[in-house]
Design a protein. Structure first.
Length: 318
């Protein structure tokens, strides 16, 4: 596949303290080189006779391709990050930043400090939107192929020496300050608005238990910590529990197949939490049955494994 050049997004003559000469050299030589490398490598991969190509050769080319692709994309984002006055942060963007960093000033300090740490080294400093958590995060990407999985960078600062040495020499912090003076916040805001339309990763869907309420392992931990009365029933299958070495602290094990034998020992005035191994089936079914019988029952999402994953306390299961 042929990758096409993106025209220079910012207007170099409008920048404050970053000269057209520097931007031109960066765009033509470094961005151009990344794009050309990308096309060369991807063409090379297309022409491979895979039957006769060593796995390692393909892997090396693939790594080269990804590095060139990311360098191309991040350079395009870098040039598109410049062209504003760096100061006026639109309200939508300012409140998004304040939500995740405390304030715009605090974000700026963090971003600049990370950038200055790269003086004399190389890498990218990115402001990235992470759809999973619906939040923004600053990130150093030391290589072109290092970025937050699934994250959407919306602002890029190039800290490779080629981005500033021509004009700033070793004075990287002056370059960082100049970059900050030229951020095009309205363009960043538009990219942010696009980024937040990216759906977070899909959550586990259990259609057959859609009517049964669940509770997270973290919430159960909070209930136990705060002393909220709760009846926790471990309903892991017998064949599984005979192998299990531990049981959640505060839980009692009950045989799901003999529910009628123990249901009357439960109180209807205190909530009930049931769980099984991973939270797919038996814990949910038990909660559903208990609810039908008039108990305030929920199943713990993720089951025993979720409890272990959050390092919830366990005791020896005898
Ligand atoms: Fe660059």
């Amino acid at each position: 596949m042929r990758y096409h050049l993106a025209p220079l997004y910012c207007r170099p003559w409008t920048l404050n303290g970053i000269s057209p000469r520097l931007i031109e050299s960066h765009y033509e030589n470094n961005y151009g080189a990344a794009l050309n490398r990308l096309n060369t490598v991807s063409e090379e991969i297309e022409q491979l006779d895979l039957g006769k190509t060593a796995d390692q050769t393909l892997a090396r080319l693939n790594r080269d391709e990804i590095a060139a692709l990311n360098s191309t994309l991040l350079h395009e984002l870098y040039f598109a990050s410049l062209g504003g006055d760096g100061r006026v942060v639109p309200d939508a963007m300012a409140s998004a930043i304040a939500k995740d960093f405390g304030s715009v000033d605090r974000w700026r300090q963090e971003f600049v400090s990370i950038a200055n740490s790269l003086a004399g080294g190389s890498g990218w400093v990115l402001l990235t939107y992470v759809p999973r958590d619906g939040r923004l995060i600053n990130q150093i990407a030391s290589e072109h192929d290092q970025s937050v999985a699934g994250g959407v960078p919306i602002l890029a600062l190039d800290m490779y020496e080629h981005a500033y040495h021509l004009e700033f020499g070793a004075n990287a912090s002056a370059y960082v300050a100049a970059f900050m003076r030229n951020i095009d916040w309205s363009a960043v805001t538009l990219r942010y608005e696009d980024a937040i339309k990216v759906a977070p990763p899909r959550l586990l869907e259990q259609k057959q238990f859609a009517d049964v309420p669940s509770i997270s392992a973290e919430e159960v931990r909070e209930m136990l910590k705060s002393g909220t009365p709760v009846q926790i029933i471990d309903t892991r299958p017998k064949h599984y529990t005979t192998k299990a070495q531990d049981i959640m602290e505060g839980a009692v094990w009950r045989d799901r197949e003999r529910l009628n034998d123990w249901i009357d020992t439960l109180s209807k005035t205190e909530p009930v939490v049931t769980f099984c191994v991973y939270g797919f089936h038996i814990g949910c079914e038990t909660a559903a049955t208990l609810r039908k019988a008039g108990f305030d029952a929920r199943y713990m999402a993720g089951g025993h494994s979720a409890w272990k994953a959050i390092k919830g306390p366990v005791r020896l299961f005898e």
